[in-house]
Ligand binder design. Structure first.
Ligand code: ATP
Ligand code: MG
Length: 473
């Protein structure tokens, strides 16, 4: 097998879930794993010591084989590198693309064949609102050790043809840190952000789409493989978890709506705690980003909930450290915070505490107060729509959960049943994958009603909010 064809799942004993944990822990190449110790793999990717040893031995052997192979073919590589150089000069491309002359980069670049470049040039139009299924974890983290790292299909911004260091800096400054984020950017926005011509921006976007494998049709098998990466976060209320098919899902937005005091903020606080727990305890071993629009985040509640877990030695400070809270001042600021979250998500990934939960509490509060009159409704809905898509893209890209809360507004047209409906109506409802309606019931009980889900039946579960957090009835 050649180095190019390597994939973490090719390692015996590494399935999709382990592969993802390894990538999240920064072991995205066979080369990096070969250099790890069993203890490190155990600590960062929860791989048992025996398995870790086997995996490391296998990777070291492969790296050796590849190195030997590389020495043998070195001469031919230099040849093709020179050919590529000629081609680039002929096309008058920016000189900085020629910097990709390391062994690993050259191999990666070779996969971007001339045919593909031509395709980029001939297909400038047709920008449609493409949605889901980004390559998970495909952040293009540069390899620390280009020599031993086995090339993966994973790119840095500088790897994009036509993007040199200066353009890369501008893109990063504008918040485009990964090829996935560029792949889904509108050409006009990208062109302004990076001071590029619109045609160049389109070419860049097209290339990133090809690499990020988005905007094209996939087979059911591919979609199924992507679904296998979905993780579930437990609420620690068994009845609710069952209703949700195991817990709140990654790669999706869940919307919780209900009247004041129905428990929306209590649930998001609880999940900001739970997400940090290890997988065996229903968590995702990750961190949370919390966008607070109503000043209702309470660190004291987190503290109480950590005590409520009744885990010996659990320190609330350790949990608070992994909740990144930002207070949104206006709806525009709220939207900007989501855009900026990508940068934080990258840092968290590198720090080994991957971002796994994005909370927006409340999603609609600021929009509702800023766009009060009927005349401004269309503009509000348009912005909300964009905001929801930004949230979705971020959560899809990082295999994280989007959890947003929503208020209800009185609906005078309804005289029977519950005279309430969520703000934002269809826009929010259609973009959220799961919708949950919360209401207070008798004797302090609360009702968690799953109203809409693509694959689960509707149903209700009861829960309590106590000092220690959410509890079953
Ligand atoms: N320490 C606590 N112990 C027990 N119950 C609590 C505690 N803190 C809050 N609660 C319960 O949670 C309720 C508040 O719920 P929450 O803040 O989740 O409402 P909400 O749905 O977010 O409302 P809003 O729309 O106003 O934001 C309180 O009325 C109380 O019943
Ligand atoms: Mg609240």
């Amino acid at each position: 097998m050649s180095a190019k064809e390597f994939n973490l799942e090719d390692i015996p004993g590494v399935g999709p879930a382990t592969a993802e944990r390894l990538i999240e822990a920064g072991y995205e190449t066979v080369g990096k794993i070969a250099q790890a110790t069993p203890q490190e793999l155990y600590d960062s990717a929860e791989i048992g010591e025996m398995s870790a040893r086997k995996i490391i031995t296998w990777c070291s052997t492969k790296v050796q084989e590849i190195k030997q192979g590389a020495q043998e073919t070195d001469a031919s590589k230099e040849d093709s590198s020179a050919k590529m150089k000629d081609q680039e000069e002929k096309e008058g491309k920016e000189a900085d693309t020629l910097q990709m002359n390391g062994v690993a980069r050259t191999e990666e670049f070779e996969t971007v064949d001339e045919e593909r470049v031509e395709l980029i040039e001939t297909n400038d139009e047709a920008y449609v609102d493409i949605g889901s299924h980004l390559v998970v974890g495909g952040s293009g983290i540069p390899s620390e050790d280009e020599e031993t790292a086995v090339p993966q299909k994973r790119y840095d911004i500088e790897d994009i043809p036509g993007v040199g260091p200066a353009t890369a800096d501008k893109l990063r400054e504008a918040g485009y840190l990964t090829i996935e984020s560029i792949a889904t950017a509108p050409p006009a926005v990208l062109s302004e952000a990076a001071e590029l011509g619109e045609t160049s921006a389109k070419k860049i976007i097209k290339w990133c789409r090809e690499q990020a494998d988005i905007g094209t049709f996939k087979t059911g098998t591919d979609v199924f493989a992507q679904r296998l990466l979905v993780k579930k976060l437990s609420t620690r209320v068994p009845e609710i978890d069952t209703l949700l098919g195991g817990g709140f899902e990654t790669q999706a937005i869940s919307e919780m709506y209900g009247e004041f005091g129905s428990g929306k903020s209590q649930i998001v606080h609880q999940l900001a705690v739970n997400v940090q727990l290890p997988v065996e305890m229903g968590g995702l071993g990750g961190s949370a980003i919390y966008i607070d629009t109503e000043n209702t985040f309470r660190p004291e509640r987190i503290e109480q909930m950590v005590h409520g877990l009744e885990i010996e030695g659990a320190d609330p400070q350790d949990f608070l450290k992994n909740i990144h809270v930002a207070r949104a001042q206006s709806s525009d600021h709220q939207m900007l915070l989501v855009e900026n979250s990508r940068e934080l998500a990258e840092e968290l990934k590198k720090a080994g505490k991957p971002f796994k939960l994005l909370i927006v509490d409340s999603l609609t509060g600021l929009f509702r107060s800023e766009y009060a009159g009927r005349g401004t409704l269309a503009e509000r809905q348009q912005k909300l729509n964009r905001h929801m898509h930004d949230i979705f893209k971020l959560c899809d890209e990082y295999n994280a959960i989007g959890l947003v809360t929503n208020q209800v507004q009185s609906n005078p047209a309804v005289f029977f049943g519950d005279p309430t409906k969520p703000v934002g109506g269809n826009i929010v409802g259609h973009t959220a994958t799961f919708r949950v309606y919360l209401r207070k019931s008798k004797a302090g009980k609360r009702v968690f009603r799953l109203v809409d889900s693509p694959n689960l039946p509707e149903g209700e579960a009861l829960f309590l909010v106590e000092e220690g957090g959410l509890r079953p009835c």
